[in-house]
Design a protein around this ligand. Structure first.
Ligand code: NAP
Length: 453
């Protein structure tokens, strides 16, 4: 079948985060095959982790949404928000209405440490904490007890640095961010004094990037603390270091050499330590974190030395990676937390593709997902060209609209989102802040319905 402007290639993109939008963008940028794309999201808001993952004080990174809005505004593209794939639109229904399905629903869960005490009150994933302070509707209603004076953050990736920085900033520093109002209020009363960021391997193996690390040295109330003996690296690691590792080591060495400033809060960057048990305070709450000192073996893996210490913390945030979640009808590899695929073609399925974290796992920055989505889109176009795709008998926007309307799904359009966006910006401005996020789905829909008149 040849796709034409009257019968374009109809694609459903599941997930409106960066990967989904980059995929839609790659599809509309080519001119060979006419396309029509629906970008679905279970939330009423587009942009996925740009809205709910990127740190609220990193507003510049979020400016990428201007380009995303342009893609969603193209007449060949529609945003269908507030529609859950797998339930409100089932796999079979989607398969019957679209020529191709493109999964870009990311990694919404987290990895666990697998140590005793992980389920104590006060122990949680950084993913949950990030979702809470970013006003994600799944997490906004959560009671977040910020009574800890000591917090351990396990892992040394950029997410670990984000949560540690947010915990260490003053409310004045955070007012310029788009942090959720409930989080700003809670953080204002947080008694936190010490945050420990724990790397199981050495400083040369840390995953964070230098710009984020440098910010630790620029906080009003908090100072970085680094032990010189923990950032010593082997000759081999020094020689193998890429430019990021070299710059990280430079900054860490400068931190280690700083004279104490006696600031009210301290950010302890610790290396070669692994959590082995989260201790109970006797009331089911975190009462400390037992860690073991490590050394690196020949292969660069952490090996315990049998030396232990207990950190005086009442909160533990594991920041050891996000994890994909299965959606009904979509193949899933539980060991890797991804959709099994070959360069983006879903294994064993015709006309199904994937991109982003659910394709390759939770790695890379926003831009990484562009090349990744383009790679998968190329395969989709190749299959459309060579007849591998099995187009549906008849397909139209109206048929999908009728299907969702029959199920009483209140689809949020791009115009609806723009109204909500404008509302958030306006309410934020009135509070002297860049944005005041509406934190619950019900409230978002109320604002949206109000805007429809
Ligand atoms: P990440 O960069 O993969 O870091 C995960 C960290 O957890 C690593 O230090 C890892 O150590 C450690 N870890 C894993 N299992 C562990 C265990 N059992 N015990 C102790 N430590 C353990 O993941 P992320 O921080 O969640 O970030 C995800 C992606 O988003 C990354 O690509 C990141 O760069 C990106 N991101 C970027 C920004 C930004 O650009 N500003 C902000 C946030 C996130 P090992 O190396 O030893 O495994």
């Amino acid at each position: 079948m040849t796709f034409t402007p009257d019968r374009p290639l109809r694609v459903l993109v599941v997930g409106s985060g960066p990967s989904g939008i980059f995929a839609a963008d790659a599809l509309i940028k080519q001119t060979e095959i006419p396309v029509q794309i629906d970008v679905l999201d279970r939330l009423p808001t587009p942009y996925g982790l740009v809205r709910y993952g990127v740190a609220p004080d990193h507003l510049k990174i979020k400016s990428v949404t201007a380009g995303f809005e342009k893609t969603l505004s193209d007449p060949r593209v529609r945003f269908l928000g507030n529609v859950s794939f797998g339930t409100e639109l089932t796999y079979d229904e989607a398969k019957g209405h679209y020529d191709a399905l493109f999964y870009t629903f990311g990694a919404s869960s987290d990895r666990r440490l697998g140590i005793p005490g992980e389920d104590l009150t006060g122990s949680m994933s950084a993913t949950e904490f990030v979702a809470w302070y970013n006003g994600h509707p799944d997490a906004a209603a959560r009671e977040m007890l910020l009574s800890a004076t000591g917090v351990a953050v396990v892992g040394v990736g950029n997410v670990a640095l984000d949560v540690s920085r947010i915990l260490s900033k003053t409310v004045t520093e955070l007012r310029d961010s788009d942090i959720a109002g409930h989080a700003l209020d809670a953080l204002e009363h947080s008694p936190v004094k010490d945050v420990w960021i724990l790397g199981r391997r050495g400083a040369a193996q840390a995953k964070f990037t230098t710009r984020e690390l440098r910010e630790f040295g620029e906080l009003h109330l908090s100072e970085p603390v680094v032990r010189p003996e923990e950032i010593q690296v082997s000759q081999a690691d020094e020689e193998a270091a890429d430019s990021t590792v070299k710059k990280n080591l430079e900054v860490l060495r400068a931190f280690a050499a700083r004279a104490p400033e006696d600031k009210a809060r301290r950010l302890h960057l610790r290396f070669l330590v692994s959590p082995v048990e989260i201790l109970d305070d006797g009331h089911g709450h975190v009462g400390g974190l037992k860690v073991e000192r490590n050394r690196l073996d020949e292969s660069g893996s952490a090996v315990g030395t049998g030396e232990y210490e207990v950190l005086p913390v009442q909160m533990v945030l594991r920041s050891v990676g996000y994890r994909g979640v299965q959606i009904q009808g979509v193949p899933f590899d539980p060991s890797r937390g991804v959709i099994p695929n070959e360069q983006g073609r879903v294994t064993g399925r015709v006309g199904e593709y994937t991109a982003g974290w659910i394709k390759r796992g939770p790695s890379g920055v926003i831009g990484t997902n562009k090349a990744d989505a383009v790679e998968s889109v190329k395969l989709l176009l190749e299959d459309a060209r060579n007849g591998t795709l099995q187009p549906v008998q008849s397909s139209s926007r109206e048929r999908i609209d009728a299907l969702l309307s029959a199920k009483a799904v209140d689809v949020v359009t791009l115009a609806d989102w723009k109204a909500l966006d404008a509302h958030e910006l306006m309410t934020g401005q009135a509070q002297g802040r860049p944005r005041a996020k509406v934190p619950s789905k019900a409230q978002m829909l109320e604002v949206i319905r109000g805007g429809r008149g």
